[in-house]
Design a protein around this ligand. Structure first.
Ligand code: CA
Length: 224
């Protein structure tokens, strides 16, 4: 666990360095190159809590289940890595809304999305997710939870209460391996009766430490 603690200690806010690095080294209008450049930054410069390239196959599997015009809600934009990745897999009618509490992260994520040529389908909102969620209009085809791990359960409850899901919506929670101890969230999606939930082992981004993703399909009619 000390290896994880060391990694997390390295994580200090430096999103502007990432967007500056992308602007300097990536090809404008090329989402794949923007992602590759961020991967390079994370491995060569400094660890980033990105989705990372190792979960690429899983992401492709999710997008195979979504329509091209899907609406996606992301919690935690950070530097815009997953926003660029997800938006690049949507058609021109698809939309991604990302909620992010860090001001510098919002600026970096917007810059990276814009640099990748995807600004027309991505909106990044600054603010606490608990305050932003009630302002949203659903439903979303996929919700991606990747912000503070102890807010996953609170925010999923708010997402449900605000009618942002529909039957079949995917709720995907990143970093739910044992290192992060997200017991309450996992217990909720597995036992509340509203989801078919599946645990997928993976490794932590840019690392060999074990991690996991929980994929939960919203099935309200099968519930209480
Ligand atoms: Ca993550």
């Amino acid at each position: 666990m000390s290896e994880l603690a060391d990694l997390v200690q390295q994580i200090e806010p430096h999103p502007k360095k990432v967007s500056d690095y992308v602007a300097k080294h990536a090809r404008r209008g090329d989402p794949a190159d923007v992602l590759a450049t961020m991967d390079r930054y994370a491995t060569e410069e400094r660890f980033l809590m990105n989705l990372g390239p190792d979960k690429g196959a899983l992401v492709q599997e999710l997008f195979d289940r979504l329509p091209a015009d899907a609406r996606i809600l992301e919690l935690g934009a950070y530097c815009g890595y997953s926003a660029v990745l997800f938006a690049s897999k949507l058609g021109p009618e698809g939309r991604l809304v990302s909620l992010e509490v860090g001001e510098e992260s919002v600026e970096a994520a917007r810059a990276n999305v814009e640099f990748a040529g995807l600004a027309d389908r991505v909106e990044i909102l600054l603010g606490d997710s608990g305050e932003s969620i009630p302002t949203l209009t659903g439903p979303f085809d996929m919700v991606f939870l990747d912000h503070w791990k102890d807010l996953y359960e609170r925010d999923l409850l708010a997402i449900e209460a605000n009618g942002l899901l529909k039957p079949g919506s995917l709720v995907v929670a990143d970093n739910v391996g044992e290192s992060f101890n997200p017991t309450e969230y996992l217990e909720y999606v597995r036992t509340c009766g509203h989801y078919d939930s599946e645990h997928r082992e993976s490794t932590l981004e840019y690392h060999t430490l074990p991690d996991a993703v929980e994929i939960s399909v919203y099935r309200p009619s099968e519930g209480a």
